[in-house]
Design a protein around this ligand. Structure first.
Ligand SMILES: Cc1cc2nc3c(=O)[nH]c(=O)nc-3n(C[C@H](O)[C@H](O)[C@H](O)COP(=O)(O)O)c2cc1C
Length: 212
């Protein structure tokens, strides 16, 4: 490591990368930081009534903007709704009737609507041949970039796939032919209230080396 750099690790200590510890140790610290961030992120369904700074939202959007996508199509548009009145209107429309299970989103100060845009021609043709909807993979990566950046800024998120799409489109002037696939509820949250463990399959069930 050429220049001195200070790194804040997951456990809050500061590591001086200049000569005192080796570069490998620095890399290990960064890996721990990333895994720790991934471990910290959990779906938040109860938000604090505190506005979210536009600067922080901008950082989340930047993380999404830099996401990879098939043929670099970048088939996404993020509509940030942080105007309180508009957000309430949006939530009332999105989470009525059969969608009311997600009414908790009304506590979120920000809702981000993710619209899937058209992929580049090559990605669409490739997707047809492969039977793979690359654009859904693409927006998934971008959204996860967004939510991980949010978590790193102490902001909670919840992916929302169950909502009344038809009811929200006119509110945000989303053209009828566009598809709003996912909402992201975003806001500050009480970390003490969040459960500590992820409910996940064991490693040997989801991964293997060299054979299925
Ligand atoms: C595509 C997608 C759609 C989701 N839709 C909803 C939803 O409509 N409502 C909800 O409460 N959570 C929703 N979630 C959150 C999942 O329930 C949650 O990620 C999962 O249970 C794992 O929990 P964790 O996020 O706390 O690790 C969705 C997640 C994804 C990735």
């Amino acid at each position: 490591m050429q220049s001195e750099s200070l790194t804040k690790t997951s456990i809050g200590i500061r590591i001086n990368c200049h000569s005192i510890i080796t570069e490998i140790e620095c890399i290990e610290a960064r890996i721990v930081m990333f895994l720790d961030l991934v471990r910290r992120r959990k779906s938040v369904r109860d938000f604090l009534d505190i506005p979210v700074e536009r600067e922080k939202i901008g950082m989340c959007l930047e993380a999404a903007r830099l996401a990879p996508s098939a043929c670099n199509s970048q088939p996404w548009k993020f509509i940030v709704v942080d105007d309180r009145q508009l957000k309430n209107r949006l939530c009332n429309a999105a989470f009525g009737g059969i969608y009311s299970i997600n009414s908790f989103c009304k506590t979120a100060p920000v809702i981000v609507v993710v619209v899937s845009e058209k992929s580049k021609f090559l990605a669409r043709i490739g997707g047809m041949f492969r039977g793979t909807k690359y654009y859904l993979i693409d927006i998934g990566i971008a959204i996860e970039h967004f939510v991980l950046q949010a978590e790193d800024l102490d902001l909670g998120t919840c992916w929302i796939g169950w909502f009344n799409e038809g009811a929200i489109k006119p509110i945000l002037n989303i053209p009828a032919h566009e598809k709003a696939d996912i909402l992201i509820a975003l806001g500050y949250y009480d970390k003490e209230k969040l459960r500590s463990e992820h409910d996940r399959e064991p490693m040997d069930k989801i991964a293997s080396f060299n054979s299925y």
